[in-house]
Design a protein around this ligand. Structure first.
Ligand SMILES: [Zn+2]
Length: 202
């Protein structure tokens, strides 16, 4: 269920004096109220829609939309209207969204940088997510020894179709006999060529 819709809020109220009311024909003062309309999602304002201005005659209390008002009234109102801005909080939702997107980018960039550092300085226990022999499947390998210029890994006995669920096969008992080794240069190549999707370090 989605909770979105539109809401109004009062932005400004003021007077337009010395104008003739089209209803009672008195030369009088009209009270105007500017309403802002915005779209909300779960009651968080997302973005503004058009403003609406209602005028009320101080003599006969008849109300009407500024658009239906006679030209002199519209003209005087125009001067009042300059300086009426859409409140910034109407954009709260968009601002929150922008922050979240920025945060997601920032975290993913940070993760990328971490992975690159982990490849340069491998440590025992590092886990690499790689493509399995079966096409479209993923598996892992774990570093169990690091020398000056090589690393030794144990490959996982299992593979998985969904990369996001890779943690399910990352159990100590799944790393048994499939030992492999790479030079650090080879490891760097594998990473640069995208053969190592992710590096996890505890
Ligand atoms: Zn009137």
């Amino acid at each position: 269920m989605f909770f979105f819709g539109t809401k109004n809020s009062k932005i400004k109220r003021g007077q337009i004096s010395n104008v003739t009311c089209p209803n009672c024909k008195e030369v009088t003062t009209l009270t105007f109220t500017v309403f802002g309309k915005y779209v909300h999602f779960y009651w968080v304002p997302m973005f503004p829609l058009r403003k609406k201005t209602i005028v009320e005659c101080n003599s006969c209390y008849r109300t009407y939309n500024i658009k239906e008002a006679p030209e002199p009234v519209k003209h005087k109102f125009q001067r009042e209207m300059t300086g009426i801005k859409t409140p910034l909080w109407y954009y709260s939702g968009l601002a929150i969204l922008a922050c979240l997107i920025y945060l997601a980018f920032y975290l993913s960039k940070k993760d990328e940088i971490n992975d690159a550092n982990y490849i340069q300085e491998p440590k025992v226990g590092d886990m690499y997510t790689i493509e399995a022999a079966k096409k479209g499947y993923y598996t892992t390998m774990k570093v169990n020894r690091v020398t000056k210029d090589s690393i030794f890994v144990i490959r996982n006995d299992f593979d998985l179709f969904r990369r996001s669920k890779i943690y399910r096969i990352n159990k100590d008992e799944n790393y048994t006999t499939k030992i492999d080794s790479f030079s650090k240069t080879e490891l760097q190549h594998l990473f640069n060529n995208g053969n190592i999707f992710e590096v996890d370090r505890k």
